[in-house]
Write a protein that binds this ligand. Structure first.
Ligand code: HEC
Length: 231
């Protein structure tokens, strides 16, 4: 499905863009309506928001800010350790490092904030980074924007019957460094690196990228109760 959104500013959308957006929203709502509402959680959210005197709009704007901070923190943790691994062990060694450390590093940042952090991609290397249906729709919308020169903005969706705010943010390939492991096999990806990747990730799809391409996105599930507590 090709879905596109003008994130953050729906009022500026042209009429012909509205239809797919409505379709996307229907899909998102349809996916979610099957889950059961957890009454205790809803009650806790209600109570917390009364105590803190916050409304839905306050929560969403705080979630946007908080999600952005958390994704930046996780990104920095990954990049600094990746750079260290490359300096110490070369690109091939760093592949092994990513294999064992990338998921634990993001998981740790998530635990620190009581949220769930993922990096997901339509062309993933680690199958654990495959998107859910909601995430897939968002990735397709981000990819549409990149292809059409529309700037990608972070986005918030309500999931789990409104118990959770899903913050997402596009991850583009910022520079040639990434292409050592995500570029063209045989050209940018050296033979040794390619073999390491093949051994560790037999189902790898994360090659053939160019600078500026959409590589994936941050997907951070922020329980509404945690968002309110953090306000
Ligand atoms: C040393 C090789 C290497 C370099 C350099 C590298 N990556 Fe990766 N990347 C990997 C490996 C290995 C994984 C799989 C990690 C795992 O098992 O969770 C991965 C996974 C990812 C994922 C998660 C989705 C997926 O495909 O599983 C994203 C997003 C990503 N890389 C983006 C980048 C970006 C952006 C850069 C440049 C800033 C970069 N990578 C540089 C090796 C590398």
């Amino acid at each position: 499905m090709i879905a596109y959104l003008y994130f953050q500013n729906p009022l500026k959308m042209k009429a012909n863009r509205l239809l797919p957006v409505l379709f996307l929203l229907c899909v998102l709502v349809a996916c979610e309506s099957e889950k059961k509402v957890n009454k205790d959680v809803i009650d806790e959210i209600k109570k917390l928001s009364e105590v803190k005197k916050v409304n839905e709009a306050d929560m969403i704007s705080h979630a946007m800010k908080w999600g952005d901070e958390i994704s930046t923190e996780a990104q920095q943790a990954l990049i600094s350790t990746l750079q260290k691994a490359i300096a110490e062990q070369g690109i091939g060694g760093a592949v092994e490092f990513c294999h064992t450390e990338a998921l634990p590093i993001t998981h740790e940042v998530g635990q620190k904030h009581n949220v769930t952090i993922k990096r997901v991609s339509l062309k993933n290397r680690n199958p654990s980074n495959s998107p859910s249906d909601v995430e897939k729709n968002l990735l397709e919308a981000y990819a549409y924007n990149v292809e059409n020169g529309i700037e990608n903005k972070p986005n918030i969706q309500k999931i789990d019957q409104g118990e959770t705010l899903l913050f997402t943010k596009a991850i583009a390939i910022p520079n040639g460094m990434c292409l050592n492991c995500h570029g063209e096999p045989g050209a940018e990806i050296a033979e040794e690196t390619r073999n390491k990747i093949k051994t560790l990730y037999p189902e790898d799809q994360a090659t053939g990228f160019k600078v500026g391409d959409l590589r994936g996105m941050w997907s951070i599930s922020l329980p509404k109760s945690e968002v309110i507590k953090n306000m």
